[in-house]
Design a protein around this ligand. Structure first.
Ligand SMILES: Nc1ncnc2c1ncn2[C@@H]1O[C@H](COP(=O)(O)OP(=O)(O)OP(=O)(O)O)[C@@H](O)[C@H]1O
Length: 356
């Protein structure tokens, strides 16, 4: 086979694995660049989290994806099919490849659970018997057996979102797009809904795009994360890696609620003077974090160190450690060299005059 054909086949295979592909997508509103050159891929079977503060461009991205908004430039492909130039009629079947769930569920209050779930199938022209059979399957899948005849007003928030999920899956979409779907739920219900999404992802190989401002959502179920800030991607990668060693300031601040932070009474004591003790932030993750770091430090670092704060978390079955360690100021470089040899990253956060 010649190399041109091989390349074409490889490209076709790559396309099939990409459920969504955005290349250099730009959308401005007056002086605001809501999307400022966004390129990303959602691969088949994965859960990708897109996280950003209010105004980062998340809603604009969703509207561009389902064709409600046209980008000024760039390309958007759903399962390899370019959508940016399509008219309303051509967009309809592609839109049905994306099932959506919303913060406020968007259920029809005058319709029962099974009618809500079956609605997308009615639009697709399925017979009533087939619609009800499919709805029953999905109601079961989302854990709502026995609730088929209930009305939304008779359900809790978590149950309503389960109906939303069942409805979104009715027409077997290629992608489930979750738009802040747990933002209106309490923490326990949020966990239950995220567990359900992860189960469906595993069982059905469903591809999920999670749009959220909550890092905890990304942490619990996403495989990869993309951080959006002022319309640009500022960071992306496997969730455990981004959580272990965030590089962008936005990521660090979005993570501040769930990563160990230096206690404020110590932060207040930090000075720029290089005397006394240095307070170091030490990050270690993945295979390096399962090694005997502290045993090795104790054996090889003669100047003495103190563990001030921190701990080990587990994300995507990877150990993610963040520690705050105090060392004599003059030994900072020696400690850093040693810790880096064992796979840790060290950041000098400041110094304290006496003991932290
Ligand atoms: N139709 C519009 N007209 C003018 N400005 C807009 C419009 N839509 C979005 N913007 C601006 O574009 C930027 C991105 O907005 P967008 O709603 O996409 O952000 P977001 O991340 O979804 O925020 P939120 O979480 O608050 O919904 C914001 O500065 C917003 O004010």
């Amino acid at each position: 086979m010649n190399t041109h054909v091989t390349r074409q086949l490889a490209e076709a295979a790559a396309r099939e694995d990409d459920v969504v592909r955005l290349a250099d997508v730009r959308r401005r509103f007056g002086a605001t660049a809501a999307l400022d050159g966004v390129s990303l891929t959602v691969r088949r079977g994965e859960i990708l989290g897109i996280i950003g503060r209010s105004g980062a461009g998340k809603s604009t991205l969703i509207r561009c994806l389902n064709g409600l908004e046209r980008p000024d430039s760039g390309s958007i492909a759903i399962e390899g099919r370019e959508i940016t130039g399509l008219g309303e009629a051509e967009l309809q079947p592609l839109r049905r490849r994306i099932g959506m769930i919303f913060q406020h569920f968007n259920l029809l209050s005058a319709k029962t659970v099974e009618e809500n779930v079956a609605l997308p199938l009615k639009i697709e022209g399925w017979t009533k018997a087939k619609r009800l059979a499919r709805a029953a399957e999905l109601i079961d899948l989302v854990g709502l057996k026995g609730k088929a005849k209930a009305y939304p007003s008779e359900l809790s928030g978590g149950q309503k979102q389960r109906v939303g999920i069942a409805r979104a899956l009715a027409a077997s979409p290629a992608l489930l797009l979750s738009d802040e779907a747990t933002s209106a739920l309490d923490p326990e219900t949020t966990r239950a809904i995220l567990t359900l999404l992860k189960d469906i992802n595993r069982k059905l190989g469903l591809t999920i795009l999670l749009i959220t401002h909550e890092m905890e959502v990304v942490r619990s179920i996403a495989d990869r994360v993309t951080v959006l800030d002022a319309g640009r991607i500022v960071e992306e990668g496997p969730v455990w890696q981004v959580f272990a060693t965030p590089q962008a300031q936005t990521t660090k601040s979005l993570l501040s609620g769930i990563r160990p932070q230096l206690p404020t009474h110590i932060t207040r004591k930090l000075v720029a003077d290089v005397t006394g003790e240095a307070i170091l932030g030490v990050d270690i993750a993945g295979p390096a974090a399962t090694g005997p770091l502290f045993q090795q430090l104790s054996a090889e670092f003669a100047d003495g160190y103190r563990l001030v704060h921190g701990g080990v978390d587990h994300i995507q079955e990877q150990a993610v450690g963040r520690f705050f360690i105090a060392v004599p100021a003059e030994a900072t470089a020696r400690f850093t060299t040693l810790a880096e040899r064992f796979g840790a990253q060290v950041e000098v956060l400041g110094h304290v005059a006496g003991h932290a």
